[in-house]
Ligand binder design. Structure first.
Ligand SMILES: [Zn+2]
Length: 268
């Protein structure tokens, strides 16, 4: 009896010394019955650009309140850092919304991609391109995470999707089409869009139509039927992702066709 106590105490001490990360399962809780209604806590993958260079990105994301689970560098050879354990929350999304979800830090894995963002020039805003080797690493990383957590294609998103009123990243040069080609997200295929577009050229849907459809995709967008600033920003966010050549936030026939084609592919 005395000896058993000694072993138990010794075991406890080892447990304490090795830290609290692995709490031993409690023997007095019955785990033989498992609930049907459950899924992974991680539902989303959110992509960002850092808007600062690689050394600064690494320093800021590791020493300040803002953080991300992963950082993908842009210096050769391309390096990927994991800065926050996937079981923990990183602070990358801020105020954010998608479908019924808000404040997506709690339900997402955040990936920061080193990229300087944009600079203002006399000819307008110019964005910095992403090296292909960097995109390859991003796609491999997204694929790995999406597979492990069974993440839906419509839940792999840009920061600009979930915070369209305040965030432009990862910007118009991020090649979302490559993620679609890798089977990670849905895409409004050009042929289907071209087929549908003439219908909308004859009669462009009203603002309410755009608001309802974009809300159905997942965007937080006003439903007032008027072309207000927040509505324009959401349309611009959609265009920036699927039609980066022109993302002025003005509703047009091609955008309408893209919205419809995309929605037709989405599973609930
Ligand atoms: Zn961001």
């Amino acid at each position: 009896m005395k000896k058993r106590f000694a072993i138990g105490f010794f075991g406890l001490m080892i447990g304490l010394l090795s830290g609290c990360a692995t709490t031993p399962p409690r023997a007095d809780i019955d785990r033989s019955v498992v609930a049907k209604g459950q899924e992974d806590r991680v539902q989303f993958i959110i992509l960002h650009y850092t808007a600062i260079d690689q050394p600064t990105s690494l320093r800021v994301l590791s020493t300040q309140d803002v953080s991300a689970h992963y950082l993908v560098g842009n210096e050769n050879p391309i390096k990927v850092w994991q800065l926050v354990d996937e079981s923990r929350m990183a602070y990358h999304a801020g105020y954010s919304d998608w479908r019924d979800f808000s404040r997506l830090n709690a339900s997402s894995i955040g990936i920061e991609i080193v990229n300087l963002g944009y600079k203002e020039t006399p000819d307008g805003r110019v964005y910095f391109p992403f090296p292909q080797a960097q995109i390859d690493r991003v796609i491999a990383l997204v694929k790995d995470i999406a597979t492990r957590y069974h993440i839906r294609p419509q839940y792999i998103l840009a920061h600009s999707d979930i915070a369209p009123q305040r965030k432009p990243d990862p910007g118009p040069l991020f090649p979302w089409k490559q993620l679609a080609d890798a089977g990670l997200i849905y895409w409004p295929d050009a042929s289907a869009v071209a087929e549908l577009q003439p219908t909308y050229e004859q009669q462009l849907p009203d603002v309410k139509w755009f608001q309802q459809k974009l809300a159905k995709i997942g965007y937080k967008i006003p439903q007032l039927g008027v072309m207000d600033e927040p509505t324009k920003n959401v349309i611009a966010a959609f265009q920036m992702k699927y039609r980066p050549e022109k993302f002025d936030g003005v509703p047009d026939a091609q955008t309408a066709a893209m919205i419809d084609v995309l929605l037709s592919k989405m599973t609930p």
